[in-house]
Design a protein around this ligand. Structure first.
Ligand SMILES: [Mg+2]
Length: 388
């Protein structure tokens, strides 16, 4: 199957409420949607969320890489349909570069968000064309239970969110921490939700090794199930030092972008958990490869998300979370709980107790509304279908 045209939509969808962590606060989604059309007229959608402090990609550089490197590779390929192959093998057959010769000095770790946008669009398009759901390629083992995430706002604001999540009966909550009044914050949240709810924290790299160790010790009283990315991405040995000195399981997020990162973290005994995120890790194929490696090394995996992701990444994350043999926690599918409007015709967000059923329907299983892509696009780029 040949892909005959591609359109990129750089979106700006306002949030219902601003979301902050230690690195930045945002009040709208800046997702990029990739729309591909196959020779038979089938249309598929993918999504990239570029984060300079994660993979090094920005919206502008991501769009450029898509145009310069990914689109030429995609339009010159002839894709084989999925006919029952093992998922990593078939996904691996979708030729999608994550680097190019223009990379020197860009500070980009890997063009994973860009790759994810194209990979998901291809998967959606090729599976839809064959009338197959992603749930057939990745058969679901369970319904998915989503976590609430509490943004790094005031402690009163955090407690208000915690109480709202308790009303929703969410069993798992992640709290963004910054190094300011962490103990008071966790004490107030633990008091608000009671002893049964699972709490975990995410530092987004705001701490030094010593600070991370001291904070984990200070928070140990509040039954914290994992501490995510307390220190910045760097030498895995440093994270191993934090893990060795802490009773709270450490989880790698920004430190885990590529398969090579996963191998290095495992070799160093750096952590007990990996946060897998599709846009960060380069799409379904690379993420499944990391999950396989994690499983064989006894590392727990969490399926994470991008703040401000739309129904496209949420749908792909749902399939991934329902399929993986074991996951510790899952995040995402906030949909219109966070976005003023989500892109899918039917709402994707989770329900009471954070529960959401596996998605059916061809491709990713969500129907994307082109009218909303146009409504929220800051920039629409139609890529040339034939070589000039
Ligand atoms: Mg994180």
């Amino acid at each position: 199957m040949r892909i005959v045209d591609a359109t990129l939509f750089a979106l700006q969808i306002p949030f219902v409420e601003a979301f902050a962590h230690s690195v930045r606060s945002r009040s709208s989604s800046d997702a990029i949607v990739v729309r591909l059309r196959a020779a038979d007229g089938t249309v598929g959608y993918g999504e990239a969320v570029a984060r300079p402090y994660v993979t090094g990609e920005t919206v502008a550089s991501c769009l450029e890489f898509m145009e310069r490197t990914l689109w030429p590779a995609v339009k010159s390929a002839d894709y084989a349909p999925w006919v029952g192959q093992e998922p990593i093998a078939w996904l691996g057959s979708l030729t999608l570069p994550t680097e190019d010769s223009a990379d020197a000095d860009t500070g980009v770790v890997a063009w994973n968000a860009a790759r994810c946008g194209f990979e998901l669009a291809l998967v959606d398009c090729l599976l839809k064309s064959a009338g197959v759901s992603l749930g057939e390629l990745l058969p679901p083992r369970r319904s998915v239970i989503y976590s609430g995430v509490i943004t790094a706002s005031s402690i009163e604001g955090a407690v208000k969110h915690a109480k709202r999540f308790k009303q929703f009966a969410l069993p798992h909550i992640k709290v963004k921490i910054t190094g300011e009044a962490d103990r008071e914050r966790l004490a107030a949240i633990r008091a608000a939700v009671g002893p049964e709810v699972s709490l975990r924290v995410d530092g987004n790299g705001a701490y030094s090794v010593e600070g991370a160790i001291a904070t984990c010790q200070a928070l140990a009283d509040f039954q914290i199930d994992s501490a995510e990315q307390m220190i910045p991405r760097g030498n895995p040995q440093e994270l191993a030092t934090v893990q060795a000195a802490s009773t709270i399981p450490q989880m790698a997020d920004e430190s885990l972008i590529t398969l090579a990162d996963a191998e290095a973290l495992i070799a160093a005994g750096a952590c007990q958990g990996f946060n897998l995120r599709l846009s960060k890790c380069g799409g379904l194929g690379p993420t499944l490869a990391i999950a396989d490696l994690a499983q064989s090394a006894g590392i727990q995996v969490q399926v994470g998300c991008q703040v401000g992701e739309t129904a496209i990444l949420s749908a792909a994350g749902r399939h991934l979370a329902a399929y993986l043999p074991e996951i510790s926690f899952c995040e995402g599918s906030y949909g219109s709980l966070l976005l003023r409007e989500d892109l899918s015709r039917r709402p994707i967000h989770f329900g009471h107790q954070g529960l959401a059923k596996p998605l059916k329907g061809a491709g990713l299983g969500v129907e994307i509304q082109d009218s909303l892509l146009e409504k929220y696009a800051q920039q629409i780029i139609t890529l040339p279908s034939k070589a000039a």
